[in-house]
Write a protein that binds this ligand. Structure first.
Ligand SMILES: NC(=O)c1ccc[n+]([C@@H]2O[C@H](COP(=O)([O-])OP(=O)(O)OC[C@H]3O[C@@H](n4cnc5c(N)ncnc54)[C@H](OP(=O)(O)O)[C@@H]3O)[C@@H](O)[C@H]2O)c1
Length: 250
């Protein structure tokens, strides 16, 4: 059981949803789990419940993140923090694009840059990146979010090359819709948003994603689970749109 080979974990975006569930799961395995997000109160409550070590740090705060990575040798890094903004790129602001890329991609790259050399030197480590089916398929949504998650997909593959020859594992978890507060965080918390995204659907719960991550970590050290796409049974990607022009060609 490689869980016993690992002692420490860092989970970003740990104050709610999937991140909080992963913290809970890894704490239950006896790891020392460091939980990072901006919401100090939520992290403190999680720490009381699970025994994790809270860090109220913005994942885009490079100095803060660098300090933490210098203080602890992490065996497991779960890059989970993520944001989205409503609407297509037709309505995106410059700030929307910067925020999504800063949180979903730039911070992931920086954390991998800070974590991977130590893992390679110790010949031990596991990086888990949370992407999205938005990175694998095209459908209505924010194109910047899709692009950021597609980059996380390729990064996850490429990290395996960077760590080639060492017992460093990389797992991409690619979820479809999961019953978390992400939709409230993106669109605002309202009955209409819950009705649109959550109520009445049969959806994977955050704990289901945490269990999938635990499966990948618990696999024998000779086994790298590279990619897990986890969708609701009653959700499928795909489709083809064809429309007539609004006006004839001139
Ligand atoms: N739920 C889904 O349907 C779904 C589907 C596909 C992929 N995902 C991905 O799964 C991951 C987790 O999402 P979730 O569903 O659990 O959503 P969530 O409940 O909104 O959680 C997002 C987490 O990211 C943290 N975060 C956001 N900005 C941050 C920042 N600047 N610095 C540090 N932490 C930050 C939030 O904490 P603070 O606000 O306290 O900082 C929160 O803990 C995301 O990467 C998301 O893109 C979710």
């Amino acid at each position: 059981m490689p869980f016993s080979d690992y002692k420490t974990a860092l989970v970003t975006g740990a104050s709610s949803g999937i991140g909080a569930a992963v913290v809970e799961r890894l704490c239950a395995e006896g790891l020392q789990v460091h939980a990072l997000a901006r919401s100090a109160d939520a992290l403190d409550a999680l720490a009381k419940r699970t025994g994790c070590i809270p860090h109220a740090i913005d994942v885009t705060d490079l100095a803060g993140v660098t300090r933490l990575m210098g203080e602890v040798e992490f065996d497991i890094l779960v890059n989970n923090a993520g944001v989205d903004r409503p609407g297509s790129i037709l309505k995106s602001t410059a700030e929307d694009i910067d925020l999504i890329l800063d949180v979903n991609l730039r911070a992931v790259l920086q954390l991998c840059r800070l974590a991977l050399p130590g893992m390679v030197a110790r010949d031990r480590g596991h990086i888990v990146n949370i992407s999205s089916i938005a990175g694998a398929y095209n459908f209505g949504g924010n194109s910047t979010y899709h692009a950021s998650k597609a980059a996380v997909h390729m990064l996850s593959r490429q990290l395996r090359i960077d760590a080639y020859g060492k017992r460093v594992r990389v797992t991409e978890i690619c979820p479809g819709r999961v019953a978390t507060d992400i939709f409230a965080h993106v669109h605002g918390d309202s009955a209409e948003i819950r009705e649109r995204f959550i109520d009445g659907f049969e959806l994977p719960q955050a704990a289901d994603i945490a269990n999938a991550i635990a499966f990948a970590i618990a696999a024998p050290i000779a086994v790298n689970v590279g990619l897990m796409e986890i969708m609701p049974t009653l959700q499928v990607p795909g489709g083809l749109s064809t429309t007539r022009p609004e006006s004839p060609q001139s």
